[in-house]
Design a protein around this ligand. Structure first.
Ligand SMILES: NC(=O)C1=CN([C@@H]2O[C@H](COP(=O)(O)OP(=O)(O)OC[C@H]3O[C@@H](n4cnc5c(N)ncnc54)[C@H](OP(=O)(O)O)[C@@H]3O)[C@@H](O)[C@H]2O)C=CC1
Ligand SMILES: CC(=O)[C@@H](O)[C@H](O)COP(=O)(O)O
Ligand SMILES: [Mn+2]
Length: 387
């Protein structure tokens, strides 16, 4: 029985992970949960999975949750980043699923690694912000990071333990989002409601907007760079509107190995939880006759500049990817709040990166400082741009 701590239990990945666990009660057991503010859903999860410890975003949420639960539940209720880090390092857990959205996922994931837990990693921002630190720490602690992100799970499966020296390149697939056929002019007037309609995946709001700007693919290039120790020049993005081929690996002999499946996150989650075994999921079946065609196109970095910004951030290294990520988080929130036009998301990130004094080889304190600086700077730029 694998004991699991789940961070971000009330989110899209969190709920899919609980569905996998629900269907495999003899294989997995939840020991702790962390969420943000959705205490109604968290209460239901507590009553079903009986964790010994939970954490929520703020003290008020913890107090409200305590009132809703039976006094005899005996559960420990914590809050804030500290509470989340305790959930992530709870003694009993073998594995931590890191599925909080954004930079808030970094410290709890590091706490889990420090405590020697294997990680099922959905929170790509962790590797974008602190890839060097996280991978080095994981190696030192003997911790394995299993990718949950669908493309990285695909690459992991295509690599099948092979030495990366035998790999010529990685073909990272992207749906292109809802606007991949839009002209620059059309992109100027897209609204949050349009951008939140991903053609193939049902996901949280932040990653859905990132898919629409293609910043998601930029973040995923950085994620693949750290997970598979691969230069970004060997990571090539392919627009694949069907989201059936989740990524491919080309070997030095010319063989290309792909992983295919329906677009359902339960597949990569199940693999990360059960590796090296595979779980029986009869309902998750791919009918290629129904899919009919699989198409591949090159990305257009002129209409989707976030891809180039992400590559530039890795090339500069140090704290630049931290700024890319933080500035993007602020810009996405501003777009969702209808403060910022869609096409200005990339412009804002670009401007924040341009005004950053990049620091090489940052420690965790430097990373957090750069994150805070970028958030303030982006807010300042937003105002100076009249938003
Ligand atoms: N959704 C998907 O299919 C995929 C997601 N990912 C990645 O996985 C991560 C999660 O994405 P997704 O599930 O879509 O996001 P959601 O927005 O659906 O869920 C986010 C989760 O994080 C919690 N949360 C947010 N902020 C905090 C905080 N400060 N402290 C503690 N908990 C917090 C939320 O709590 P609450 O709702 O209670 O406030 C919620 O449980 C992201 O990094 C994303 O890029 C990667 C591949 C696919
Ligand atoms: C499900 C998943 O892994 C997402 O990251 C997804 O790939 C987003 O789709 P895009 O390819 O449109 O970014
Ligand atoms: Mn992905």
């Amino acid at each position: 029985m694998k004991k699991i701590s789940l961070l971000g239990s009330t989110g899209s990945i969190g709920c899919s992970a609980l569905e996998v666990i629900r269907r495999n009660p003899t294989k997995f057991q939840i020991v702790s949960l962390a969420a943000g503010r959705n205490i109604d859903l968290l209460k239901k999860q507590i009553e079903e999975f009986h964790p010994v410890m939970v954490s929520v975003l703020e003290q008020e949420c913890a107090a409200a949750l305590k009132k809703k639960l039976s006094p005899s539940s005996g559960i420990e209720i914590l809050y804030g980043c500290e509470g989340c880090c305790r959930v992530a390092s709870v003694e009993d857990a073998d594995m931590v699923i890191s599925a909080i959205v954004g930079a808030a996922g970094l410290l709890p994931t590091l706490a889990a690694i420090d405590a020697g837990k294997d990680i099922a990693l959905a929170n790509k921002e962790t590797l974008v912000m602190a890839g060097k630190l996280v991978t080095e720490k994981a190696k030192y602690r003997g911790v394995t990071i299993f990718p949950v992100d669908s493309e990285h799970s695909a690459i992991f499966q295509c690599l099948a333990g092979q030495n990366s020296k035998t790999v010529r390149r990685v073909l990272l697939t992207a749906s292109g989002g809802p606007f991949y056929r839009f002209s620059s002019k059309q992109l100027e007037s897209v609204k949050p409601g349009d951008a939140l309609k991903h053609p193939n995946w049902v996901m949280g709001n932040k990653i859905t907007i990132d898919s629409a700007t293609m910043m998601n693919k930029g973040l995923e290039i950085i994620e693949a760079h750290w997970l598979f120790n691969m230069d970004i020049e060997r990571i090539h993005v392919y627009i694949h509107p069907q989201s059936i081929v989740h990524s491919m690996v080309e070997y030095i002999d010319g063989s290309v190995i792909a992983q295919l499946g329906i677009p359902d996150m339960k597949i990569p989650i199940a693999y990360a939880l059960s590796f090296p075994e595979r779980l029986d999921c009869p309902e998750l079946s791919l009918d290629l006759f129904r899919v009919g065609k699989l198409e591949f196109f090159p990305p257009d970095v002129n209409r989707f500049p976030c891809l180039s910004l992400a590559c530039e951030a890795v090339r500069q290294g140090g704290t630049m990817p931290v700024v890319l990520n933080a500035s993007n988080e602020v810009a996405v929130e501003a777009f969702l709040a209808k403060r910022l036009p869609f096409t200005r998301i990339s412009e804002l990130v670009d401007r924040a990166m341009s005004s950053h004094q990049c620091m090489t080889s940052p420690e965790i304190e430097d990373i957090l400082e750069a994150d805070g600086w970028a958030r303030k700077e982006t807010e300042k730029l937003l105002k100076s741009m009249g938003h």
